[in-house]
Design a protein around this ligand. Sequence first.
Ligand code: ZN
Length: 156
Amino acid sequence: MIETNYEGLNAEQKELLDAAAEVMETAYNPYSGFFVGAALRTKDGRIFTGSNVENAAHGSICAERSAIVRANAEGCRQFTDVAVIARGTDFDTKEVTSPCGACRQMLFEAAQLSSENLKAILSTTNKDKIVLTTIEELLPLGFGPGDLGIDLERFR
Ligand code: ZN
């Protein structure tokens, strides 16, 4: 885990985080008022984004899972990096926003499909504090398809 800021990112990392910040503004968040954006970079260099979507029954889908679902619909399940950024309705985050438990599990699954340790860029609203980490650090000893003896080859 490395703590840095926007200037400490390389061009590809900045591009991914900027994509997450842009899509963050599309959040459908009448209940929480919290805006979250996530961006995934695929192994072949494409970027898929997602924002949080809530509903009156207080079920919601987070930005990270929205991005995964969007990429899946386009036939892509192999990622190298994910960026996450958030803001409140009337405040900027002072600490980085980190994926919730459900998203960590989905990102872990994506990492198994990608056969690599998915890298994560977690940022404050103003990008003045950024944590660079990995899914293995976010979900140590994760339970995955391998534990069930599942071969994911035909899903890649
Ligand atoms: Zn989540």
